[in-house]
Design a protein around this ligand. Structure first.
Ligand code: AMP
Length: 122
């Protein structure tokens, strides 16, 4: 799948759309999700053009991979969830219902989050 430069997160990176920033460096931007699913719900995106986690894992340079995951840790710390715990989630592709075609990691926290997923049949 080719990268679509008109996607919402690309527009946030270019400053065309606003975002409530948590953290930014040369590799990543972290901001609050516009429709939070937990008391704390952050998003971290790489600055490079990657459609999905799989695309990022396959193509990003080692410095981008390291810089990105370091930024996820920094964002979690700034969100204040590292002591009580937090969950990282990545939706990749159709079965995972990925909505925005620019790789992103969700950071959830601020309450006890329950099981990872409903059990099959629930
Ligand atoms: P996903 O289903 O993993 O692709 O998640 C996309 C996420 O982006 C959802 O949780 C949306 O609420 C969030 N989102 C969509 N538009 C914006 C926006 N303009 N600013 C912040 N978060 C957004």
């Amino acid at each position: 799948m080719a990268y679509d430069r008109t996607n919402i997160f690309a527009r946030i990176l270019r400053g065309e759309l606003p975002a409530k920033k948590i953290y930014e460096d040369e590799y990543a931007l972290a901001f609050h999700d516009i429709r939070p699913l937990a008391p704390v719900h952050g998003l971290v995106i790489p600055k490079g053009e990657y459609v999905s986690f799989h695309d990022f894992a396959a193509k990003a340079a080692p410095a981008e991979l390291a810089g990105f995951f370091r930024a996820v840790g920094k964002a979690a710390k700034l969100l204040g969830v590292t002591d009580d715990g937090f969950r990282l989630l990545v939706n990749n592709g159709a079965d995972a219902h990925q909505e925005v075609p620019h790789f992103h990691v969700h950071i959830f926290g601020g309450k006890s989050l329950g099981p990872m997923l409903p059990r099959s049949g629930d």
